[in-house]
Design a protein around this ligand. Sequence first.
Ligand SMILES: Cc1cc2nc3c(=O)[nH]c(=O)nc-3n(C[C@H](O)[C@H](O)[C@H](O)COP(=O)(O)OP(=O)(O)OC[C@H]3O[C@@H](n4cnc5c(N)ncnc54)[C@H](O)[C@@H]3O)c2cc1C
Length: 325
Amino acid sequence: MSTITFKTHQLTCHPDETLLDAMLRKNIDVPYNCKSGSCHTCLMRSSDQTPPVKAQEGLKPTQKQQNYFLACLCKPDQDMTITLPDAADKFITYGKVISKHPLSKDIIELKLECNNPLSFKAGQFVNLMKPDGVYRSYSIANTPNKNNIIEFHIRILPGGQFSEWIYNDLAIGDQIPITDAKGNCFYIPERQEQGLLLIGTGSGLAPLAGILMDALEQKHTGPIHLLHGSKNKEGLYRFNEMKSLAEQQQNFHYTACISGDTTPETYTRGRANEVALKKITDLKGWRVYLCGHPDMVEQTKKQAFLQGAAMQDIYADAFFLTPRS
Ligand SMILES: Cc1cc2nc3c(=O)[nH]c(=O)nc-3n(C[C@H](O)[C@H](O)[C@H](O)COP(=O)(O)OP(=O)(O)OC[C@H]3O[C@@H](n4cnc5c(N)ncnc54)[C@H](O)[C@@H]3O)c2cc1C
């Protein structure tokens, strides 16, 4: 028998009982649906133990690494403390603004130095909070470093409560509360010969740039294709940096896509997702990362699957404009 701690509850799970059944027996209100491991509605996370292998069947490797599991498949073999997937929305540290500068007409790079070391992978996101309590999610564009610096690319939306505050009011030296890092959209050094296809629009380059650097630092051997899209060339920030990286790294290929009317030389005409899926038609065995506009992400996820990518190998961060809590 195992003792399970969930919020203020402590319950006993019998040897042949699933964790979900034990919780339902105790009338604990948890989301669930199919009870057979298909729908993933009962996804939970252990904050102290590695869950049983069977309880992680069908999850993405990045979810497994973060101790996510399905309560309906979980027959615990030890005591565990568990949470709902995004329940841990605690502001755990502060970030001091150390730099803030424009990357394009409407995207700024913000660098924060964390008071305490923040455990994260490039490509995950954190919530940042402003003094009136409004908070928003932003993806981390760099890899962990000894100086505890995290970097963001933030698009300034006209009338945007948070992004305009960052642009107009946030000053060097100010401190911003930061949550722990969340999300499954990051690189793991498994199957390093796999092709990686990274597709992003606008500030969606932020997580992808982080994932790219992580993959290169970890000596990924397979081909890595990054396609960045914007309406015009001004939106394709970091163009020169990505181009020269592609010249230096044999397995890295960069395509800058313009969906507007004018396409200068060295840029590719078309939407980044459409160009990508025409360029690599058979995605069997590929790992796909999609970041940016929610419509682009949803549409491309489906298309990548139809072109052979396994669902488990498709990692997506849609930049929904309402915060997750
Ligand atoms: C997981 C995740 C990761 C994210 N990562 C990033 C990131 O790395 N970089 C980044 O810039 N953003 C990112 N976002 C989006 C970010 O969290 C905010 O939603 C965004 O910055 C807008 O917040 P705001 O308070 O400025 O705007 P809000 O005050 O929330 O909205 C401002 C106004 O913009 C309007 N609006 C809505 N959609 C659009 C649109 N597509 N274009 C123009 N106007 C619109 C709305 O109608 C609203 O009136 C991410 C979101 C998620 C969920």
